[in-house]
Write a protein of this length. Structure first.
Length: 95
């Protein structure tokens, strides 16, 4: 049971997916915190929302920091002190 889970989280494909999710969730999380400020005006809120959309579009094209870090680790098959192994059950999507 735990060996299956270990193999899955040691896969480079999992690490890349995790990096994409971290990058994708960071921007909306940051936006949410900023929009909760009491002094928020509609004009400034609109500016923040547009900035967040642009940041997400840039991440989609170029990749965010965590995604790039995960891709580099996948090439080296090592993330920090953890050796990564390809898992055939985790299929890499083609672009």
């Amino acid at each position: 049971m735990f060996l299956v889970l270990l193999r899955r989280i040691q896969a480079p494909e999992f690490l890349i997916d995790l990096g994409v999710m971290c990058d994708a969730l960071y921007e909306p999380s940051n936006l949410s915190l900023l929009l909760q400020e009491r002094s928020m005006s509609f004009v400034y809120a609109d500016k923040l929302i547009r900035r967040t959309v642009r940041a997400l579009e840039t991440q989609k094209e170029k990749g965010g920091t965590k995604t790039l870090e995960a891709k580099a680790a996948a090439v080296n098959l090592q993330y920090l002190s953890i050796m990564l192994e390809h898992n055939n059950k985790l299929v890499k999507k083609k672009k």
